[in-house]
Design a protein around this ligand. Structure first.
Ligand SMILES: NC(=O)c1ccc[n+]([C@@H]2O[C@H](COP(=O)([O-])OP(=O)(O)OC[C@H]3O[C@@H](n4cnc5c(N)ncnc54)[C@H](OP(=O)(O)O)[C@@H]3O)[C@@H](O)[C@H]2O)c1
Length: 263
């Protein structure tokens, strides 16, 4: 088997990053900033806009990604679980020293990982995964120490990367080296996907576009984060495949068209 499709083509040692999102025709990935699709009410309203062909295209996309890359890590951001203005969890101070907490914590191995960037220690985990897929928190040295101590007490694995916030490139390298992952699928919202884009870490994109509009300045979109630097070029994509469902939903599969000479 050729490994050419498994790694980014710029030669770096990290998993291939595939972004997989479902958006409306105006690129919005949710209804507004105040609600999260994990909650039943917003989820029902979001799905009301879905024509009957969406579920089949979602299943086809998932099967195509599995077949092409056999990904073992799914990535999410804290914005999927908590509101923008939620602060760190209120936890008792820890007696553990920072040096002891500032080491990666992998109390068990897992065939698959559900990795969540939570550098501010905001998500109160109620589900830690199962025999097939384990939760994995991604934190940094600025993550509150009581939160890291809490993860250890709860036997929730975590990886640390970055000083002031999570360093996405470093954590991808750790995910490759320590978890053996060759491909990671980001199912995050626009905040994390935009940060991956700006860090030059997106290799592939699958967008399922629903024929509906949400609108609204600041509504999370496929890629948010920092604006493009003045004078910079958009990231060019090569279209791999486009499929239109019987009711007009579109599944588009792109690859980032990297100019090897610039890397
Ligand atoms: N339709 C879809 O396919 C889809 C998929 C996922 C989510 N959603 C929806 O999208 C919304 C969430 O989107 P969002 O944009 O608010 O949240 P998000 O994508 O989760 O973005 C916030 C996350 O990105 C991290 N982040 C942001 N900038 C970073 C940087 N420069 N370096 C490192 N990490 C960085 C944050 O880290 P810290 O936590 O460390 O601050 C946080 O984990 C929710 O409503 C959710 O329901 C839709």
């Amino acid at each position: 088997m050729t490994t050419d499709h498994l790694f980014p083509r710029d030669g770096s040692i990290r998993p291939r990053v595939v972004v997989s999102v479902t958006a409306t025709a105006d690129g919005r990935v949710t209804l507004n900033r105040a609600e999260r699709l994990l909650d039943e009410g917003p989820n029902l309203r979001w799905r009301t806009a879905w024509p009957p062909d969406v579920d089949d295209l979602l299943a086809q996309r998932s099967a195509a990604i599995d077949e092409r890359h056999h990904p073992t890590v799914v990535l999410e951001g804290s914005g999927t679980f908590v509101a923008d203005d939620d602060g760190p969890l209120d936890l008792p101070d820890t007696s553990m020293a920072a040096e002891d907490l500032w080491t990666d914590f992998l109390p068990h191995r897992s065939p698959r990982w559900f990795a969540v960037v939570d550098g501010r220690g905001r998500v109160n985990w109620t589900h830690k995964g199962d025999a097939e897929t384990s939760l994995l928190v991604i934190a940094s040295r600025s993550t509150p120490l009581p939160y890291l101590a809490h993860l250890r007490r709860e036997q929730i694995p975590y990886l640390l990367a970055g000083v002031h916030r999570v360093d996405l490139e470093s954590v991808l390298t750790k995910i490759h080296r320590q978890l053996g992952a060759d491909c990671l699928v980001s199912q995050a919202g626009g905040g994390l996907n935009g940060a991956l884009l700006r860090a030059g870490l997106v290799d592939e994109l699958h967008v399922i576009t629903i024929p509906a509009l949400v609108g609204g300045v600041g509504t999370p979109s496929i890629m948010d984060g920092l604006p493009l630097e003045p004078g910079s070029l958009p990231m060019q994509l090569r279209t791999i495949n486009v499929k239109v469902g019987a009711h007009g939903t579109i599944w588009a599969h792109y690859e980032v068209a990297r100019d090897r000479s610039r890397n």
